[in-house]
Design a protein around this ligand. Structure first.
Ligand SMILES: C[S@@+](CC[C@H](N)C(=O)[O-])C[C@H]1O[C@@H](n2cnc3c(N)ncnc32)[C@H](O)[C@@H]1O
Length: 212
C-alpha cells in the first residue's frame, strides 16, 4: 500500500503534469498567475545569496527551471541543479536549458547532491484532498530534505494563513508563518528570516546555518 507521502507526491505530480499540458512552458504551466509574481518570489528567496558570490543551488520543485533563468538575469554565477516530481516538467526543463553546462535536472522529490543553497518555490501550496495534519507533516519532512541538501542555507515560500477568508480555497494549504518560523528556529538554525511584506498572499522563510 502506498504511504501518505507517496500518495501526496503522486497526486501533486499528476496535478502539475496536467497544468503543463494545458498551458505549456509558462508561469500558468506551473500554476502561477503571472510572471511578475513568479519573479517576485524568486527575488525574496535570493536575499539569502550575497551579491557577487559564486554558488551552487538546488531548486526543489524546479518546474521548467524558471529560477535558473532568473539567477542568470541577476548575474549570479552558479551551478544549478533542479529536481521535480513531475517527469513532464523535467522534460520541458531539459529541452529549455540543455545547452547550459552549469545546469542539471533530475526527476524525484530530493536533490541528487548537497549544494550551498536549496530553494523551494510554490511546492507547499496545492494540497488537493490531503488533511491539515497530513500536509503539515509533509511540509516538515520536506523541510528536512531542504536542510539536508544545503550547506549554507535554504529558503521556501507558503501561502499564508493571514489570507482574506473569502479568497481561500479548500484545495490549497495556508500555512501559519509563526508556526513554520518557530519550527525552523527550533529544528534547523537560530538564524531565520520571515519575509511577509511583499504584497502576495504568502510569506518566505530564509534559514541561514550561520549568521549573515
Ligand atoms: C508551483 S510550481 C513552481 C515551479 C517553480 N518552482 C517556479 O516557481 O517556477 C511547483 C512545482 O513543484 C513540483 N513539486 C511539488 N512538490 C514537490 C516535491 N515534494 N518534490 C519535488 N517537486 C515538487 C511540482 O511538480 C511543480 O512543478
Amino acid at each position: 500500500m502506498a504511504s501518505v507521502s507517496d500518495k501526496i507526491l503522486g497526486d501533486v505530480s499528476a496535478y502539475y503534469d496536467a497544468k503543463l499540458a494545458e498551458h505549456g512552458v509558462s508561469p500558468a504551466g506551473v500554476d502561477w498567475n503571472g510572471e511578475a509574481s513568479q519573479m517576485l518570489r524568486f527575488e525574496q528567496l535570493l536575499h539569502l545569496i550575497p551579491s557577487g558570490a559564486v554558488v551552487s543551488v538546488n531548486d526543489l520543485g524546479c518546474g521548467y527551471g524558471a529560477l535558473y533563468d532568473y539567477l542568470s538575469q541577476q548575474n549570479v554565477t552558479c551551478h544549478y541543479a533542479g529536481n521535480d516530481i513531475s517527469p513532464e516538467m523535467i522534460r520541458a526543463a531539459e529541452q529549455l536549458w540543455s545547452e547550459q553546462d552549469n545546469v542539471t535536472f533530475s526527476v524525484g522529490p530530493e536533490p541528487i547532491a548537497v549544494a550551498d543553497y536549496a530553494f523551494a518555490s510554490g511546492i507547499f501550496n496545492v494540497r488537493l484532498g490531503h488533511s491539515d495534519q497530513q500536509w503539515r507533516q509533509y511540509i516538515e519532512s520536506t523541510l528536512d530534505t531542504l536542510h539536508k541538501s544545503s550547506r549554507i542555507g535554504f529558503g521556501f515560500n507558503c501561502l499564508t494563513s493571514y489570507s482574506d477568508p473569502e479568497k481561500m480555497r479548500d484545495y490549497l494549504y495556508y500555512a501559519s508563518p509563526t508556526d513554520l518560523f518557530d519550527l525552523c528556529k527550533r529544528k534547523f538554525s537560530r538564524h531565520v528570516a520571515l519575509l511577509h511584506d511583499y504584497g502576495l498572499y504568502e510569506f518566505t522563510l530564509l534559514v541561514r546555518k550561520s549568521p549573515s
